[in-house]
Write a protein that binds this ligand. Sequence first.
Ligand SMILES: *Cc1c(COP(=O)(O)O)cnc(C)c1O
Length: 505
Amino acid sequence: MRSHLLNETTADDYRRCVTEGVERVAAKLASTDKPHTGISVDELAPVIAGIDLDRPLDDPAAVLDELEEVYLRDAVYFHHPRYLGHLNCPVVIPAVLGEAVLSAVNSSLDTWDQSIGGTLIERRLIDWTAGRIGFGPGADGVFTSGGSQSNFHALLLARDEACRLVMKNSEHTPSKAEVLPKLRIFASEVSHFSVKKSAAMLGLGYEAVIPVPVDRTKRMDTAALALELENCEREGLFAMAVVATAGTTDFGSIDPLPEIARLAAEHSAWMHVDAAYGCGLLVSPTRRHLLDGIELADSVTVDYHKSFFQPVSSSAVLVRDRDTLAHATYHADYLNPLPKEVEVGAPPVPGGLRGSIPNQVDKSLQTTRRFDALKLWTTLRVMGADGVGRLFDEVCALAAEGWKLIDADPRFEVVVQPQLSTLVFRHVPAGEVRPDLVDEANLHARKALFASGEAVVAGTKVDGDQYLKFTLLNPQTTTADIAAVLDLLAAHAEQYLGESLVFAS
Ligand SMILES: *Cc1c(COP(=O)(O)O)cnc(C)c1O
């Protein structure tokens, strides 16, 4: 029987097998003329359920043939210029190269003795990102699986920092259990749901997150934040963290970072900036100023897999003060024992190396961890930061053009002028139509478009009403694509309204 293990005797099999896979994917990418085939769950589910997992095919080529039927043919292709759905980017080739290398070598980034250069490369990229943010030499961070994990990690540090502060400053030294119910997190009403979910996972409950109203441009209203912070204090509660979003998921709006930093400092609250989406501005040759004030944060979330054109997953959480990362440190005898020369409470060694062995598990919520940093490394080494930033600039410029197009189109209304690359809009019928029908027509238009496979758009609600959303992350998308998709959406919505009105009369 042939060996499927990747080792010194199977290098040729590895080369043949992976090359065959690359050939198939390359052919697929070259021939997709739609982002999606429009297949339904009911059509595909029985095909996948019908595969007998206890009868292997043995032959990789046969598996690739099968994969065509169960996956490749009907996948949603983010590289297609008419994929305008969620925050998924087309990926850059140097990153896919990194992905192929990292999975074959399979380093694990928990400890130095499982990764060697991997650990140092990750640390360089963390330092590089911290430099782009404008953090000082005390900064640090770690790669994570995504923005949700980064936000959770940051809020865990914020929670434990708040507990430490409250316990230190109280006369009767309350227990952690007494402090937790009094902690509050402030985030705008259009912040990412992972903030609330994190609060729940941190033992604070959804209710610990105080939604702060936004202004007309969907940016946090800082006067409202100031009021909420004062209320919090008056009620004897503690402001644990203020979460500013630099690029909201729906609108791409960037909260006023300097003013939020000032208010957070005034109330001794941790400031977290969720830049999962807006982080692409860190490398933008023309728009970096939109992130001014981010350097005042205590922690920052970046999703390279959103605006750095990286494959999933690639994200990081960064902190201004590396000592705060110790809230997530656990020393396991078998993995990362406390070095003899470093006693608990000893000052950190410059460069972040506690003792001589850099073990990233000291900072991470994960143990075994992918070398996702390699993808960013190969990307920067091939394209440079400007190369990535220019791609993000292009989609921001496209969104500005798209806004003009929709704003001038009587068939649609658009919510806000974009700071980044999303457009939230809805179809509005020409005559008087019941509001619930307008909602239904927009929902229908999105579904019908998806089922046709011609394009993929997203949907969301604004003040309770149903809207449509373009997320533009593909520099290949043109204003002609946007115009064509608007026509398709209008046609679906009008057909639905026509049928509903005939049916009603
Ligand atoms: C996408 C997003 C997240 C979550 O990131 P994942 O990588 O999907 O976990 C968090 N915050 C914002 C603002 C986002 O847009």
